[in-house]
Design a protein around this ligand. Structure first.
Ligand SMILES: Cc1cc2nc3c(=O)[nH]c(=O)nc-3n(C[C@H](O)[C@H](O)[C@H](O)COP(=O)(O)O)c2cc1C
Length: 174
């Protein structure tokens, strides 16, 4: 399925129910590559994207996010089989703004590739916790990485939600 860029930007929605089936490597790589082409301040590319797919690591990340939520029974990634973690690195002069730009590319690319996705908060707090730092170490990554956002990714197990009407004063032309 190929969608026009403007149609993708308008139609993408946050998906909060996922099929357990894992996405293909081709789909994952297409989404990740699109993330790497997001704008970054001064072109520093000071962002690192970590794709989490093993059930053990997905469960660990979900438990970490639920811990920050102070609700260990929560499923903050809605059963998505893949979680993308977006970090700012020390090289990043424009901090979380670059990571946010990467996230929007990832979300829109996911929709263009026929996948569901949802931006999930609390990534910064997750990787400030000792358990988060231990995961980074386990994955062979610097524990200096600062979490910007995470993304639930997978095949949607629900219809595409309808967007809220856009607020009247969203745009001002002067
Ligand atoms: C900074 C940020 C944090 C978000 N955190 C969460 C979250 O923790 N859980 C969640 O279900 N959705 C989260 N979302 C998704 C928003 O709720 C969603 O984008 C918004 O309701 C608009 O819906 P749409 O994406 O379908 O247009 C977050 C979005 C942003 C931009």
């Amino acid at each position: 399925m190929k969608l026009e860029a403007l149609e993708v930007l308008k139609k993408r929605r946050a998906i909060r129910a996922y099929k357990p089936e894992q996405i293909t490597d081709k789909e994952l790589d297409a989404v990740l590559e699109a993330g790497t082409f997001a704008p970054t301040g001064a072109g520093t590319q000071g962002v690192q994207i970590v794709a989490v797919q093993s059930p053990e690591n997905v469960a660990a990340v979900e438990a970490l996010n639920a811990k920050v939520l102070n609700n260990p029974a929560a499923h903050p990634y809605y059963g998505a089989p893949t979680i993308l973690l977006v970090f700012e690195t020390e090289a990043c002069v424009t901090h979380e703004l670059d990571g946010a730009a990467v996230c929007t590319n990832l979300l829109n690319a996911a929709y263009a590739a026929g996948l569901g996705s949802c931006w999930i908060h609390r990534c910064k707090q997750m990787f400030e916790l000792p358990e988060g730092k231990a995961l980074l170490k386990k994955w062979g990554l610097s524990d200096k990485l600062v979490g910007v956002a995470s993304i639930a990714l997978g095949y949607a197990a629900c219809d595409l939600p309808q967007p809220k009407p856009r607020k009247a004063d969203y745009i001002v032309k002067v």
